[in-house]
Ligand binder design. Structure first.
Ligand code: AMP
Length: 284
């Protein structure tokens, strides 16, 4: 595996691969890799001649009071995992290599970026999409891999690709979970042992609502309430939102239908965790 820090050297390599007819799969990450990231890489490995993974803790997507400075950066551990996964290139630029002081542009993600996550994290998706667009320009992927766990990010990346005719196919990958249901996240390391014991309640709350949907409940507010009720007895969980929404406009439907999302954001101490399920999905 070759490690690139210089964006233009990566782009040169990507161009050479594409000119040789080799398709590239790109997996953008912020590092602190876990089995969720690995599932994206494994899928990319299966579907492309070349795999590029980026590890970049993107300052543009963090708010001033968020965890940019303390976000985990176990780089050596990450490179070992990636070597084992047979990745071709790891792109690991410094902040001022990707966003030098001369960098002035940004992607305006439009109104969907103000809802849900964007409501609590103003500017977050602007930062995400700006980085994703630049990564696509550098890595020239045929396919880019994103996790369903960050559903709003996935939908906004699809919007970006559509709006700007970015020649990349966005591949959505299912959420990988711990045995007790907690969605894997690089932020789970922040949890104290006690918070970690409470954390699986988040997914079980979504499951309660999902089960109610399966057995006929179609009122989206009722589904949201069921999930909230399941979390209420655990005061450590401070619910930011529970929302039933459609995949297009991120609006609450008048009646829930299969394919709608039930998503939540919850704070456990200072750690903010998100999760979601697709209503009526075969399995999750
Ligand atoms: P991050 O490093 O948190 O920015 O995540 C990089 C990519 O991995 C994003 O597309 C995430 O949606 C995806 N991802 C993060 N956690 C999981 C998970 N538990 N299962 C599947 N994909 C995930």
């Amino acid at each position: 595996m070759r490690i690139y820090e210089d964006p233009y050297l990566l782009q040169q390599q990507a161009r050479a691969w594409r000119q040789a007819g080799e398709e590239i799969g790109l997996v953008p990450t912020m590092g602190a890799l876990h089995a969720g990231h690995e599932s994206l890489v494994t899928r990319a490995r299966r579907e492309n001649a070349r795999v590029i993974i980026s590890i970049f803790v993107n300052p543009l997507q963090f708010g001033p009071n968020e965890d940019f400075a303390r976000y985990p950066r176990p780089f050596d551990q990450d490179t070992q995992r990636l070597t084992a996964l047979n990745v071709d290139a790891l792109f690991h630029p410094a902040v001022d290599q990707l966003f030098p002081p001369s960098f002035k542009s940004a992607v305006d993600p439009g109104p969907l970026a103000d809802l849900l996550e964007g409501h609590s994290r103003p500017g977050h998706f602007r930062g995400v999409l700006t980085a994703v667009l630049k990564l696509c320009e550098l890595a020239l992927p045929k396919r880019a891999y994103f996790g369903q766990k960050d559903i709003q990010q996935l939908l906004l990346v699809r919007q970006l690709v559509r709006d700007f005719a970015v020649p990349v196919h966005v591949v959505a990958c299912p959420t990988v979970r711990e045995a007790d249901g907690l969605a894997l996240s690089s932020r789970n390391v922040y949890l104290t042992a006690e918070q970690r014991r409470h954390a699986p309640v988040i997914f079980s709350a979504l499951r309660v609502a999902e089960e109610a949907f399966r057995t006929g409940e179609r009122d989206p507010e009722r589904l949201e309430q069921l999930a909230r009720d399941r979390m209420a007895p655990t005061p450590a969980l401070i619910v930011d939102y529970v929302a039933c929404f459609d995949e297009i406009g991120l609006q609450r439907p008048s009646r829930a239908t299969a394919g709608n999302i039930l998503g939540t954001a919850v704070k456990l101490g200072s750690t903010r965790l998100i999760d979601n399920v697709v209503l009526g999905a075969e399995s999750d």
